[in-house]
Design a protein around this ligand. Sequence first.
Ligand SMILES: Nc1ncnc2c1ncn2[C@@H]1O[C@H](COP(=O)(O)OP(=O)(O)OP(=O)(O)O)[C@@H](O)[C@H]1O
Length: 756
Amino acid sequence: MPQLAIDATCLPQYDKLDKPTRERLLAATRTFRELSLGALLTHPDLRIRSLPEGQDPRIRTFRISDSWTGVMLAPESGETFLLVHLLPRNGAENWAADQRHDVNPVMGTLERRDAAALERAPGTPPSGGPVAGGRSPAPASADPAAAADGPATRAPSSRPSPGSAPVPAGAAPPSPRSSSGALLFDRVRDRDLERLGVDPEIRDFCRSITTPDELHGWAPALPQDQYEVLRALAEGHSVQRVRDEVVVPRRPAVGTVAADDYDTAIRRTRERVIVVSDNHEIEDVLAGEFDAWRIYLHPVQRELAYRPRFNGPAKVSGGPGTGKTVVALHRVKHLAEHLPLGGRVLLTSFTNALVESLKRNLAMLLPPEVAADVDVVTTDKLALDTVKQVHPDVRLRTDTRGVFANYAKQNRLPWPVDFLFSEYRHVVTAHGITTLEGYLDPDARAGRTTPLNADQRRDVWHAISSVRAAMRTSRRLPAEDLHAEAVRILGEGSEPPYTNVVVDEAQDLHPAQWRTLRAAVARGPDDMFIAGDNRQRIYDNAVSFRRLGIEIVGRSFPLRVNYRTTRQILVWADGILRDGPVTELGESAPEPGGAARCVLSGPEPELFGAPDEPAELDALAERVRIWLADGIAPADICVTARTNKLRDSVASHLRARSLPAAAFNPSSQSVADGGQSVRVTTMHGVKGLEFRAIAVFAATAAALPQLDRVTSPALDENQHRADLDAQRSLLYVACTRARERLYVSWHGAPSPFLPL
Ligand SMILES: Nc1ncnc2c1ncn2[C@@H]1O[C@H](COP(=O)(O)OP(=O)(O)OP(=O)(O)O)[C@@H](O)[C@H]1O
């Protein structure tokens, strides 16, 4: 039976069809799936036609209506029809005659080139890709420099138009090729281009390109995967890196795809091609009623999410917006679909808000019967539930520091409460120390800068033990102790509760939480899949996976394409972290170099320093008003402030200026007034979320860093630095939630974290 596949580049055209034409197209797609090949080719309504003699015999047109035509690639082998374009009837044949579809000789993917435009080269810019504009509004344009990385034009709730994005407004038009100066690909040998899948025609063509802008201008005409190879080389990446990051993930695992095996190539090009399996799905895909991440994965993302097996814990890291959560969700899908009888998957994250968001997304990806085998809970909830099975009356305590403060006061201890609390959190529970001897071990306090002699350690241990005993008596345990107890209980059980554990936002978990996760799953293939980014660590937890028995070596994978944030915003935000190298998640080594590439491009961030808070509020209101006037929906705008108090005050000030604004609840992802208001929340509250426009309010020296949350250097210099880094990351997280617009303001002296 024939099968229909859809090339994502044709989807934006669907917007231009009126309702009856859309219905006819849907009926046609149904016919494709229901009739035999012979019946299809002779179907009286579809009127499937080949192009005139001498042109590509694999291209066929079919009738959608009197005025609209569909263009398909109909391979001679196999029965998969690929819908490549929807066009007004009189332009369809001409367009089809200009295009050529080939199987990439190395990657085995299906690519399209505008053969006519390339033939007219040199010097003539291409006529533009098949996508005649994306869905509006699309204020941040797809950056042709990165478009070929995958689904590119991602206007809010819009679909991708991979590899064929039109040249964005404002981008430099393709420059006429200059005969002077160096050529862009001088340093790359023909042999290397060939190994990277660049075919002879494109090799010749690229030899005379002089600048990256010129190459970008040709993006719509070039075969998509070859364009990505060239773009990565043009960015200065080595042949080896381009091979590893662009070619290998696309290449078949074994063998090659024959040049005439279009059927296989279509099925392998999953970044751009959707092979639809039922009518309902076709309607969703054509109508754009889905989030792109559910369907399109970058080859690297797909390879990680759907790799049949990792021989042990695996880690995916990468900067903000590189799709770590997307990969984690797809990995859960893969694991849940391959569970042994009675098996269960745990998907976990740090906060309730993150878990709620994971639940919502997972429900979009998994059918209910598969989702039933997946638990999505915070690690603290996992520990609490585990402990409650044995001690039903135990509850989670959140005021631990206060208990330490009371004890220190009552007993007139010589140490500040922050010191005591920090010893409890960052030494005793972080290292899982259970005895005085353990605490007296010379290595126990490695990294702490305040020395303690043996007598002092005994006194500190006594104080900490007393506070813990009191908390145990009250049956309200802090998270750290709850986890220790959960680990004990899990260790006594006959079998760990989970077959696989998937962790998102892993950078924020405390070692005690990791121990629970380690104990919740038996060691072995696919036991743990971990996604995170140390740039975004906003709680003061640093961990060593090795010390926790999580052996990642050889299974650590970077993601390097940012799908969320424009290049302009990311480059600026990266400046916030300028002072130190980013360390690898779960290790102390610096992360290997290689900045993320951004799919989107847009305006530079706007910065405003006001003389005082009222002036800053006025400017914020003005900014929000401009965004609304630009057509950004209120719910796509988020204002962040450092504290709950400031959040409430900003929301009421905006409302007083007749702007729709309300405090935002990150867990329910709704606003207090239940309406479509501008979201106002804390910097912590935006973690894991994204908005078209973000305003960071009061990035003021007096508020950021918030010094009452930072350990004094006199108490511990290392902890002081770690606390400052966590606040710096908080600002970074807030700024990188913005998809298209970022506005940062302050009054008086600006925060020292700002890259001004
Ligand atoms: N292959 C893809 N195609 C289209 N969109 C994608 C793809 N991968 C990720 N995205 C989109 O990019 C955005 C960021 O993805 P995601 O939240 O998974 O990134 P992340 O690395 O977990 O981000 P962060 O660490 O900043 O929270 C989301 O809107 C997601 O839908």
